[in-house]
Design a protein around this ligand. Structure first.
Ligand code: GAR
Length: 191
């Protein structure tokens, strides 16, 4: 049976699009559903372009978990991938998908993780700290922000004078390069 993956995103969804496009024409993984906590997130436009159904849920529905778990059941979802998703995953969802939820974080955890550390805030903190490197971390999700065990990391240089936007571009390039491959390996059980 082809593994089915639900993609969660809160904003633009460029990773979501990159992931779905990577698997187009391959038969290794299916993406039955995209979910977001934001009605106006651009990821819904991308979902339409990609021909994948997308839904929005409220913060309360996410905390409660029941509606989302039953939706994931309905679509026979095996794995959850958080690709630019900003809410802390609630216990009912973690319990329904033990060790089956992964996240991408736009820095080298354990540095620059935790509550409030997402997107632009992460790259700003990296520049402010004078880091010479940043990168990506793909990790399992647990009850704490950005603390699940690490599956994969890749690094990029942060040069003197780089702005947070420049770091974001370098990090996005790593995300596009590596995230789909790591998802594929996990889904087919070779990682
Ligand atoms: C990505 O860089 C992702 O790593 C980050 O949000 C961005 C979403 O971009 N995730 C986090 O910060 C989670 N803490 P996208 O919407 O263009 O894919």
């Amino acid at each position: 049976m082809t593994p089915k993956i639900a993609l969660f995103a809160s904003g633009s969804g460029s990773n979501v699009e990159n992931i779905v496009r990577y698997f187009a024409g391959k038969k290794t993984v299916e993406f039955p559903l995209i979910l977001s906590n934001k009605q106006d997130a651009f990821v819904h436009e991308r979902a339409k372009m990609l021909g994948v159904p997308s839904v929005t849920f409220s913060r309360d529905e996410f905390a409660d978990g029941r509606k989302i778990v039953s939706l994931l059941d309905k679509y026979e979802v095996d794995f959850i991938v958080l690709a630019g998703f900003l809410l802390k995953v609630s216990l009912p969802i973690l319990e329904a998908y033990p060790n089956k939820i992964i996240n991408i974080h736009p820095a080298l955890l354990p540095k620059f993780g935790g509550k409030g550390m997402y997107g632009h805030h992460v790259h700003q903190a990296v520049v402010d700290a004078g880091e010479t490197h940043s990168g990506i971390t793909i990790h399992y999700v647990n009850e704490q922000y950005d603390e699940g065990s690490i599956i994969f990391q890749a690094t990029c240089e942060v040069s003197v004078g780089d702005t947070p936007d420049m770091v974001a571009d370098k990090v996005h390039a790593l995300e596009y390069r590596y995230f789909p491959e790591v998802i594929e390996k996990l889904a087919i059980g070779v990682l």
